[in-house]
Design a protein around this ligand. Structure first.
Ligand code: ATP
Ligand code: MG
Length: 229
């Protein structure tokens, strides 16, 4: 069974008297162990699709099912709990907290979960090791390159060991070499069993994909499954 399912979900936003259709009824799934790219032009509905899957916004119609749970049945509290336990987020602008060290940033979601300091530190260090950043645990974000900051934000998303990782333009602020390092890390995490979705404009990321979903004009226009030999 897929770990995340968007089933005929749509999203409309009200803007004054008019209604903006950000996403027409669309369906897609994420599978454990696979890296899915979501590609499309600006304004096509990619972030909307990712936000629906991440339970950050509610669909206007349709349903989002995470790990077998129909999210429409959850209240805000239960939804927040599900988000914290099942989903890690990575953004274009790393969103690290400036006065906190890399390690303290990675510990944050664990502290939010109610873990004690010692356990949070242990898990944070394991997550940093996965993205080869343990040696920079004590550095402040400003002391790190863009690629390194992004790897720390991947570690932060990974710290709670969620089965799903959702990334919105994770390589857009990076040079080519750092972008490839970040993609190698994400691909490795998919190979180890995470379900990973990445929104991008960047066609250079295609070789990393197991599946590509093309979005245009607020709908999914094509779905391409990459056969690996
Ligand atoms: N909160 C909102 N209120 C009103 N309109 C919105 C809102 N969020 C998105 N939209 C509109 O929905 C459409 C799809 O937006 P979305 O952010 O999903 O596009 P995108 O494909 O991620 O674009 P980009 O590549 O520029 O990030 C756009 O026309 C956008 O203006
Ligand atoms: Mg977007």
């Amino acid at each position: 069974m897929p770990i995340a399912q968007v089933i005929q979900a749509s999203k409309e936003f009200k803007s004054g008297d008019s209604i903006i259709v950000a996403l027409k009824p669309s369906s897609m799934e994420l599978e454990t162990g696979k890296l899915t790219l979501i590609i499309g032009p600006s304004g096509s509905g990619k972030t909307t699709l990712l936000s629906l899957m991440g339970c950050v916004i509610y669909p206007t119609t349709g349903e989002v099912v995470i790990d077998g749970v129909r999210t429409s049945t959850l209240n805000a509290n239960k939804m927040a709990h599900l988000r914290l336990n099942k989903i890690g987020f990575v953004f274009q602008q790393f969103n690290l907290i400036a006065p906190l060290s890399a390690e303290q940033n990675v510990m944050l979601p664990l502290t939010l979960m109610g873990k004690g300091q010692a356990e949070a530190r242990k898990k944070a260090r394991e997550a940093m090791e996965k993205v080869n950043m343990l040696h920079r645990a004590k550095s402040l974000p400003k002391m790190l390159s863009g690629g390194e900051q992004q790897r720390i934000s991947i570690a932060r998303a990974l710290a709670t060991d969620p089965p799903i990782m959702l990334c919105d333009e994770p390589t857009a602020s990076l040079d080519t070499e750092s972008a490839h390092t970040v993609m190698e890390e994400l691909k490795m995490l998919a190979n180890e069993g995470k379900a990973i979705a990445i929104v991008t404009h960047d066609m250079r990321l295609k070789p990393y994909a197991d599946e590509i979903i093309y979005v245009s004009g607020g709908e999914i226009s094509k779905n391409e499954i990459i056969q690996t030999i």
